[in-house]
Design a protein around this ligand. Structure first.
Ligand SMILES: Nc1ncnc2c1ncn2[C@@H]1O[C@H](COP(=O)(O)OP(=O)(O)OP(=O)(O)O)[C@@H](O)[C@H]1O
Length: 324
């Protein structure tokens, strides 16, 4: 069984009267990408700062990398890397010097530091720019340097706070490749992002933070099933088959011009089986069947509207039933 890289139970944090995190539970299995999503000001950065020991929580049991955050913050710091909004890159010195500084901070012997720095600069396509001041780097290069610096200490858990904000699409895709490669190496990634597409692309599990609580948590697919709008579309070339299917599927909406039927569905296996059984029973063969689920944008807006639905634990098959 995979063990947890990060667990938090009852995590709370207020600033004055403002409750930012109001009893949050999180569990991030090792070697996975967990994404925390939320509107601006939802508390994502606060959560990252707490889990990475930069801010003290008001309450909560937190374990990171197998260490208790309250009693062993130094051990937690040794197990993690943090990059993001509070970048560690010094613009006045070169990329290579930034890397060597990091190697010194990790007390690597000089030759070892040089080797690790050169290797990481190469891996992140920064060898050519290594001798130039980091202030001359593009946004994408700075982010790559930032991650490369984080990896000098070989952390097994990395917090990425909005790692692609402000990057162009190409740099964003490069960053996604970097993140996937980290996970392939067994690193656990805790990612905050304002791009739902990014969470959809990368995250094994996603938690939506709203009003200080986790409004919903699950895989991207599980979350998409939470909001209405999903349907199955059947396309026919034979008008008779189309008409028969319309009769066999009473809740369908048909388009007589394109011979297409749309049936409301959550896209689940059980739902699909019901539809296919009805078609089989009536001896009807569709020429094309497609399943349409709402995208993560729909989920995000539905969940972060003023009245959010209750938290939905979507961890097991049994609880998936409640998702529908
Ligand atoms: N040091 C602080 N003192 C007072 N209030 C703070 C402090 N840090 C954060 N806050 C408040 O806590 C709330 C959550 O902030 P946080 O930066 O965690 O949100 P976020 O989800 O990361 O937002 P964004 O996507 O805009 O970065 C905000 O209302 C913010 O003003």
């Amino acid at each position: 069984m995979t063990s947890s890289a990060i667990t938090a139970n009852g995590l709370r944090k207020s600033y004055g009267d403002k409750t930012v995190l109001d009893g949050i539970d999180l569990a991030v299995p090792e070697g996975t990408v967990f994404s925390l999503l939320g509107p601006n000001g939802a508390g994502k950065t606060t959560a990252v700062k707490i889990l990475s020991t930069l801010v003290t929580p008001d309450a909560g049991d937190i374990r990171v990398g197998g260490h208790d955050l309250a009693s062993a913050p130094q051990a937690v710091r040794g197990a993690i890397g943090v990059t993001g909004q509070f970048s560690a890159v010094d613009g006045l010195i070169t990329g290579e010097e930034n890397m060597l500084l990091m190697a010194d901070l990790h007390h690597l012997p000089r030759p070892e530091g040089r080797r690790v720095a050169a290797e990481l600069l190469e891996r992140f396509d920064l060898t050519e720019a290594a001798g130039k001041p980091a202030s001359t780097y593009s946004g994408g290069m700075k982010r790559r340097l930032d991650i490369a610096m984080t990896l000098v200490g070989d952390p097994r858990i990395i917090f990425l706070d909005e790692p692609t904000t402000g990057l162009d699409p190409r740099s964003r895709h490069t960053m996604w490749q970097i993140i996937r490669a980290l996970v392939t190496d067994g690193v656990t990634v805790f990612l905050t992002t304002q791009y739902l597409e990014e969470a959809d692309e990368l995250a094994d599990r996603i938690a939506v933070l709203h009003d200080g609580r986790i409004a919903a948590e699950g895989t991207a697919e599980e979350l998409k099933r939470l909001v209405p709008g999903g349907h199955v579309r059947l396309r026919f070339t034979d008008p008779t088959a189309y008409r028969d299917a319309t009769a066999a599927l009473p809740h369908s909406a048909g388009d007589d011009n394109t011979l297409t039927l749309q049936i409301p569905s959550d896209g689940s296996q059980r739902d699909l089986r019901t539809i296919l059984d009805r078609l089989d029973d009536a001896g009807i063969e569709a020429d094309e069947l497609t399943v349409h689920t709402p995208d993560l944008d729909d989920v995000f807006f539905a969940l972060t509207a003023t009245t959010a639905p209750a938290a939905v634990p979507a961890q097991t098959d049994a609880t998936k039933e409640t998702v529908r």
